[in-house]
Design a protein around this ligand. Structure first.
Ligand code: ADP
Length: 476
């Protein structure tokens, strides 16, 4: 297997440390360094020294390095995709897509870094002039999840580095290899030592505490569960750090009677079954209007039944394993509790023989809002389907959750589309589309789904401060 990991050969041959396993077959892939809290404090001190130099480069110089990093990531797309599939289980085609998506943030922010303009503001008083400067915030920390082991790092690190910050990243315990591979490529591209450091650890709680409380760190960017996000916000409050939080979701997917049903089925497949349902924008609740309910359910069931389940390295695989046994158990419990509460089991509903971490794609009909599958983030290949009659009723039900990340609506009625866009309490709304992530648009949630936006031109502002400067005495 090591011949496939040449990119990170220098990092992975340890006897002791953080062991990485393939969730598809349980095979040991590699063992990497287990950083202690003291090691991480030392890295922060070095990142602080590096900040003094990196932040003084021109934006154009930093952009040239980031452009090289982008190119190297794309040159190694195949190897990075294989690493991601081996450590997180997703099908290779999805991993290739993730590498390209991850790289797109590096290219985008290389460009945006050159356009972090301040303002000159018409004065309030003769003899005085007002302007603002945008400056990098300082050393930042990032804590990232296993479900997008490449893109969740570049989405934070590219804007940070473009802005002139230096960064320490702690990837998830399950997926440190993609992070290390990105670090190798960043060095090759010319990112200096200590400007971007990956810290891998078996102890996310202790290392997370350092990354959220060390006074040198000026900003913490986190993607993961709402529960951990709340802990990190509390810890970050002790030194009043700026935070970006990209947390859990409970996405509604609403199909009205007037929808293009072919498009709705295609969108449903993409938004539910990508990464076996393990993304924060995956549909969690399908709301289907009375008049189209039976047709939608029967066509959706037929489509889901064709999904090929297996090891993500097989070209035919559409659904890989869940990340670990705990994830399978959680999904299993949710499904059985919902069926016990009266949901119809239309498809699946059990573990899959492909291996210990596999769960069969599952459809549940006649789900009601009081069932576990309608309330908690599923993070698995389970589609709960809820019937509705009226627009007002579905708006109320869709918003009846503490989460507010992504929502999807299928309708061809322009008035209804506008009403839905305005009424849904979500950070992102897809109309007649089941996938909405792109580096050019602002990604993020409201309510308990998070704070801040990633990507788009505003994504770099998360890593900058606005300094107001007043020049007086000009009339003397
Ligand atoms: P998931 O359920 O998707 O694994 P988590 O929120 O548990 O989501 O994990 C996301 C990231 O948060 C991972 O990098 C994980 O190591 C890290 N993490 C988990 N618990 C803590 C904690 N108490 N403090 C800091 N980081 C944590």
């Amino acid at each position: 297997m090591s011949d496939r990991l040449t990119l990170i050969a220098g990092y992975i041959g340890l006897d002791e440390g953080l062991a990485v396993h393939n969730p598809a077959d349980g095979q040991h892939i590699a063992t990497v360094r287990d950083w202690s809290p003291d090691d991480v404090r030392e890295a922060i001190t070095k990142a602080d020294a590096a900040f003094k130099i990196w932040s003084k480069h021109t934006a154009k110089e930093r952009a040239a390095i980031l452009q090289r990093w982008y190119q190297l990531i794309m040159d190694h797309q195949e190897q990075l995709a294989l690493i991601a599939t081996m450590e997180c289980g997703k099908p290779l085609a999805e991993s290739r897509g993730e590498v390209a998506y991850g790289a797109s943030f590096v290219e985008w922010f290389a460009e945006e870094g050159k356009r972090t303009y301040g303002d000159t503001i018409p004065t309030h008083s003769a003899g005085k002039r007002i302007m603002t400067l945008k400056q990098p915030i300082g050393v930042i920390s990032a804590i990232t999840p296993w479900n997008f082991p490449v893109a969740m790092i570049t989405r934070k690190i590219a804007p940070a580095l473009a802005a002139g910050c230096t960064a320490i990243v702690k990837p998830a315990e399950a997926t440190p290899l993609s992070a290390l591979a990105l670090e190798v490529l960043a060095r090759k591209a010319g990112v200096p030592d200590d400007v971007f450091t990956v810290v891998t650890t078996r102890d996310p709680v202790k290392v997370g505490k350092v990354l959220s409380t060390d006074p040198t760190i000026r900003k913490l960017s986190f993607t993961g569960s709402t529960a951990v996000g709340k802990i990190l916000m509390q810890q970050a409050a002790t030194t009043v750090k700026k935070t970006s939080m990209e947390l859990g979701g409970n996405a509604p997917f609403i199909v009205f009677d007037d929808a293009d049903i072919d498009a709705a089925i295609a969108g449903a497949m993409a938004s539910k079954y990508r990464n076996a349902g393990q993304t924060c924008v995956c549909t969690n609740r399908f709301f289907i209007q009375d008049g189209i309910y039976d047709e939608f359910v029967s066509r959706f069931t037929a489509e889901v039944a064709t999904l090929k389940i297996g090891d993500g390295r097989d070209a035919a695989t559409r659904i890989g394993p869940l990340i670990n046994e705990a994830a399978v158990q959680k999904v299993e419990n949710m499904v059985s509790a919902s069926v016990a509460a009266g949901a119809d089991l239309l498809l699946g509903g059990s573990r899959h023989p492909a291996g210990d971490n596999f769960y069969a794609p599952t459809l549940l009909g006649n789900v009601t809002m009081d069932m576990p599958v309608a309330n908690a983030e599923i993070f698995g290949p389970v589609a709960p389907i809820i019937r509705f009659s009226h627009e007002d009723e579905v708006i109320k039900a869709a918003n009846d959750t503490p989460y507010g990340l992504a929502a999807y609506v299928y309708s061809r009625d322009l008035g209804r589309v506008w009403r839905m866009m305005e009424a849904l309490e979500y950070g992102m709304v897809g109309i007649n589309e089941g996938i909405l992530s792109t580096e050019v648009a602002p990604f993020g949630g409201i309510k308990q789904s998070g704070i801040g936006r990633e990507g788009a031109s505003c994504g770099i502002d998360e890593y900058m401060e606005i300094k107001y400067c007043l020049i007086g005495g000009l009339d003397r």
